[in-house]
Write a protein that binds this ligand. Structure first.
Ligand code: HEC
Length: 145
């Protein structure tokens, strides 16, 4: 038997005995925040026409400090309590609700898998690990993070 095939079988049986692991911030949560939230929720920046764009709702989701601090209403992410976390409750409302995130027609709603990852991550304590924040250029292209 080829080694690769043996490895696959071994990993397959291992996953049956190991408990399900909680969502991983960098692998499962950060990509959805970068793709679906940070266009509106990142540090203030100047557009090419010189206008300053401020984070919507005073909420910065592109830095660990911003996530901790939350937006103007507070309680953006309440560690271990997704039900009290606006970042979770507002993505699980009815899509036509005025509070739904991302706002209607302004981005794709989170998928089932993304919702699950976000919930698991918050309920496990919302640890951002060694992430230092995600940076974008003025055109909104990710530079680092
Ligand atoms: C197209 C722009 C846009 C995108 C994309 C977007 N938001 Fe928002 N968000 C807003 C605006 C505008 C507000 C302020 C008005 C309001 O509270 O509805 C806001 C407010 C919020 C608030 C409340 C902040 C506070 O304390 O007042 C939360 C939480 C939030 N957004 C989470 C998210 C999450 C999570 C995502 C990604 C899934 C997301 N948003 C994507 C525009 C956006």
């Amino acid at each position: 038997m080829k080694t690769a095939l043996k490895t696959t079988i071994l990993l397959g049986s291992l996953s049956l005995v190991l408990p399900a692991t909680a969502a991983d911030f960098k692998k499962d949560v950060l990509p959805l925040l970068e793709k679906k939230c940070m266009s509106c929720h990142r540090e203030a920046y100047k557009t090419s026409s010189g206008r300053t764009k401020k984070p919507k709702g005073k909420l910065i989701l592109s830095t660990p400090a911003g996530i901790k601090e939350g937006g103007s209403e507070g309680d953006t992410i309440v560690p271990k309590n997704s039900a009290k976390s606006l970042a979770y409750t507002r993505v699980t409302l009815d899509k036509t609700d005025d509070d739904f995130m991302p706002p209607e027609d302004k981005g794709d709603p989170l998928t089932e898998a993304e919702l699950k990852a976000l919930k698991e991550w918050i309920d496990a304590g919302a640890d951002t690990g060694d992430w230092k924040g995600t940076k974008f250029d003025d055109a909104g292209k990710k530079i680092s993070g």
